[in-house]
Write a protein that binds this ligand. Structure first.
Ligand SMILES: NC(=O)c1ccc[n+]([C@@H]2O[C@H](COP(=O)([O-])OP(=O)(O)OC[C@H]3O[C@@H](n4cnc5c(N)ncnc54)[C@H](O)[C@@H]3O)[C@@H](O)[C@H]2O)c1
Ligand SMILES: [Zn+2]
Length: 398
């Protein structure tokens, strides 16, 4: 629905016209099991909602997922044949290299080629199955082809199911900076199939829970208590303990986007980016050897130590948060935090957002506190504190 109102000014020589443009989006988020089993109608139903007959689709699959699920391409094809009135698969799936490297090169052009070869138009959809990196690169291509075609995401990692796959952003890296190229675009649907999570490495499994801790600390203290209690079972890969946490994290992220009043981040306040200034810098300094979820865990541990250091957060709460991250088997520090270049991350973060430096910190568990400057000496002391906390301060072992 588009609403317009016109207000010409009365200036003598200049004429200006202002139109508020309101576009309503619909964001569909669904958790399921066995999304491509023919009797699971979720995906077909999400496309049928368009009410325009079968939707033409092309599919991108993360190479890590394709390796772990070798029959996935055939399952998707069989699913489309079964639901032919809702889905028309145009071409064989494109396998895209999994992991951050897919965001560092020209791989998104392969997706553009697929969209072109499959003759997808703006009534079609690109279906992306994979971790956050593949979803970001494929989503970027979908957003720029024909000025934006529909995107259906099937996130397959804990990070992408509880945070990144749920959001309205895509992006690839450029000029050595994370997500320098990208757009805001609302996906047609996000379908999280928990069965995919079974084949993640232990490291990728743990990584996603840092984003759940982040959103709990900012918005929901009871949710933090819940994560804290479930942490040992989550670390042991108990799905019954993990899925309620993943779903609640996704819900809080989506609520923030849908009701927070700033889905396309026009203001400088980015509450969901707690712990992220250091995380982005650490990913970059480690040449992406530290994954996003791990880096966010370290970024949270550091900012929590900083909040305690400047007297904003009590030290018992800080210790609780550190213990919870450790119980989730997330690293609390990395030797690269000692790099003098770490603090450059603060200015880079400001630059990415534009305007005044605005960082979310914590005053209590569940209460965000915004700051506009960072005491570098206190931050260096916080670095020393988290390096002491970690059992393996020399870095991560894989
Ligand atoms: N767009 C956003 O709003 C947003 C938000 C947060 C993070 N991100 C981005 O998400 C990316 C991180 O995503 P991630 O943590 O999902 O990691 P990832 O996409 O890098 O995937 C990690 C590894 O797991 C493999 N993999 C994926 N699913 C698998 C499965 N089911 N079984 C076996 N292996 C599997 C991949 O091939 C890859 O090797 C970063 O680039 C980050 O910047 C984007
Ligand atoms: Zn993040």
């Amino acid at each position: 629905m588009i609403e317009m109102a016109m207000a010409p000014s009365n200036q003598q020589t200049n004429f200006s016209f202002e139109h508020p443009v309101t576009v309503e989006f619909r964001h569909r988020l669904l958790f399921t099991r066995g999304a491509f089993r023919p009797d699971n109608a979720a995906f077909a139903d999400a496309m049928r909602e368009r009410g325009m007959g079968a939707t033409s689709i092309a599919v991108v699959i993360d190479s890590g997922v394709a390796e772990a699920w070798p029959n996935l391409g055939e399952s998707v094809a069989a699913y489309c044949r079964h639901h032919a009135e809702a889905l028309e698969l145009r071409m064989a799936p494109l396998i895209l290299a999994g992991g951050e490297r897919v965001k560092n090169g020209q791989d998104y052009e392969e997706v553009l080629r697929l969209i072109n070869d499959a003759k997808l138009c703006r009534h079609s959809a690109l279906v992306a199955i994979g971790g956050g990196a593949v979803l970001d690169a494929a989503g970027y291509a979908a957003a720029i082809a024909h000025r934006g075609i529909r995107l259906v995401r099937f996130p397959t990692t804990t990070v992408s199911q509880d945070d990144s796959g749920v959001g309205v952003k895509n992006g690839i890296n450029a000029f050595g900076k994370k997500n320098y190229l990208g757009t805001f675009s609302v996906p047609h649907a996000v379908i999280c199939d928990e069965e995919f999570l079974a084949t993640l490495s232990d490291r990728d499994w743990s990584a996603g829970f840092s984003e759940a801790v982040k959103v709990a600390l900012l918005k929901d203290p009871d949710f933090f208590n819940q994560i804290e209690a479930a942490a040992p079972a989550i670390a042991a890969r108990n799905m019954g303990a993990a899925m309620p946490i993943i779903r609640r994290s996704a819900e809080l992220h989506l609520n923030h986007i849908a009701t927070g009043g700033d889905p396309f981040e026009f203001t400088t306040v980015r509450p969901l980016d707690f712990g992220h200034w250091a995380a982005h810098k650490l990913e970059q300094l480690s040449d992406f050897e530290v994954s996003h979820g791990e880096a966010v865990g370290i970024g949270i541990a550091l900012d929590v130590a900083y909040c305690a250091e400047i007297g904003l957060l009590d030290s018992d709460s800080a210790s609780r948060i550190h213990r919870c991250l450790a119980a989730l088997k997330l690293p609390l520090s990395h030797s690269l935090l000692k790099s003098e270049r770490l603090l450059e991350g603060i200015e880079e973060f400001r630059e990415h957002l534009g305007g005044e430096l605005t960082l979310s910190m914590l005053s209590t568990i569940g209460s965000e506190h915004v700051i506009h400057e960072v005491d570098h000496n206190a931050m260096r002391r916080a670095v020393a504190n988290v390096l002491n906390l970690d059992a393996a301060p020399k870095g991560l072992s894989r």
